[in-house]
Write a protein that binds this ligand. Structure first.
Ligand code: GLY
Length: 397
């Protein structure tokens, strides 16, 4: 029961959360104004897109994954935005949109080949957010089912959660990816709900593997680590969605920064906190002068592909991290996060109420064909970050 003894410490950490983040008066004015703009815009967006599950927008209009790709890893971000907005405003329309998506996602439970480690992204932000907000038993049931399916991906010989079923048309049994650090909180949550330590043990075991293999000497983060599926030995890294092998995919840096911190919040194990801080320091050192985050910190200098989602998720990680470090680091992380968000607000946010998306320039994968486009998860993290600053966030991780 060691895991539970450790896990219980989360309660103490949570108790501290509220009074640690302090922002200046000037920053507060900007936060209030920006949240006002988000409220005004998101209501119109929700009215227009009530029955959709958006992933990206084309010419300012959201697409809909409900029919075409109900299994897509991003399908939790729309209900995630809706639950954040519901928690902020109490407006029933947001809840309706979130509940509708959550119900549609049930179809995915019957698609074995289309279920992977991203159950966290899909169901933490939909069903678990619902349960945390409304106490719905149906939502709790969905969250637990998603957690059981995620736990089923654990490889006990290799000590890792298998990421995808296939990538590039091939099956990769030994692949783990950094994104998974954001999925682990689904297991921590299920452990809390059921008091079954297996969830905690699996999440912590994957986390310990990630501490060992994902972060390089210079504190940059690998996207894909290939492990021997029988022994867990490190085989090699792959460039994945970044520029190439040995590069520094920025969204992956953000997943690592925020994800390791989340494991700290759920376990109290300082190894996770220190790793989050190392990645944060690496991230800070690589922010370009214009504060617009490229798709990869090591992409050729002439390349203009950006990733607003890395900036927004990185800002969320820095804000959360700022609550658990000393005063000097706290100020550094918080102010850097605010500057990243202010840059997005000024340079990359589309505030027109007639346009569905907020952030304009995200990259799906460096070597893919979708660059500098609006993607739903960038908007989710931008909103989460602003609500963190206002201390009005629904904490879903
Ligand atoms: N989790 C996949 C991505 O970050 O694109």
């Amino acid at each position: 029961m060691g895991g539970f003894a450790i896990w219980r410490r989360l309660i103490d950490l949570e108790g501290k959360r509220a009074d640690i983040v302090r922002i200046t008066k000037e920053q507060k004015n900007w936060v209030d104004t920006t949240i006002g703009k988000i409220e005004a815009k998101m209501y119109e967006v929700a009215v227009r897109n009530l029955h959709k599950i958006p992933y990206l927008s084309e010419n300012g209009v959201y697409n809909d994954m409900s029919e075409s790709k109900i299994y897509w890893w991003t399908n939790g971000f729309w209900p995630g935005i809706m639950w954040q907005m519901y928690s902020l405003t109490g407006e029933g329309l947001y809840r309706q949109a979130a509940e509708e998506t959550e119900e549609k996602l049930d179809q995915n439970f019957l698609m074995a080949e289309k279920l992977d480690h991203d159950n966290g992204f899909k169901w933490l932000l939909s069903a678990v957010a619902d349960y945390r907000t409304t106490g719905s038993r149906t939502a709790r049931n969905r969250g637990l089912l998603a957690a059981q399916l995620l736990a089923g991906r654990y490889n006990p010989g290799g000590h890792f959660l298998r990421a995808w079923n296939e990538w590039g048309g091939e099956s990769h049994i030994g692949w783990a990816i950094i994104d998974c650090m954001m999925n682990l909180p689904l297991l921590y949550w299920a452990g809390e709900e059921t008091e079954d330590p297996r969830y905690f043990q699996i999440a912590d075991s994957h986390g310990k593997m990630a501490l060992e293999f994902f972060v390089r000497e210079d504190n940059s983060v690998r996207h894909i680590v290939e492990l021997d599926p029988d022994t867990g030995e490190f085989v090699r890294e792959h460039g994945g969605q970044g520029y190439g092998e040995g590069s520094s995919w920025t969204r992956g840096q953000a997943w690592g920064l925020y994800g390791f911190l989340l494991s700290y919040l759920h376990t109290g194990d300082k190894k996770y906190l220190y790793m989050s801080q190392k990645i944060a320091n690496y991230f800070l050192a690589n922010i370009p002068e214009n504060r617009l985050i490229p798709a990869d910190f090591r992409q050729p200098p002439e390349c203009e592909w950006e990733d607003d989602s890395a900036a927004a998720c990185g800002a969320c990680g820095l804000l959360e991290l700022s609550k658990y470090v000393g005063e000097a680091d706290c100020v550094l992380y918080r102010n850097t996060a605010v500057r990243l968000l202010q840059t997005l607000d000024r340079e990359r946010c589309n505030w027109s109420q007639k346009t569905d998306h907020l952030l304009e320039r995200c990259t799906v994968a460096y070597n893919g064909c979708q660059h500098n486009i609006p993607l739903i998860y960038a908007d989710y993290f931008f909103i989460e970050a602003l609500l963190k600053l206002a201390d009005q966030e629904l904490f879903v991780w």
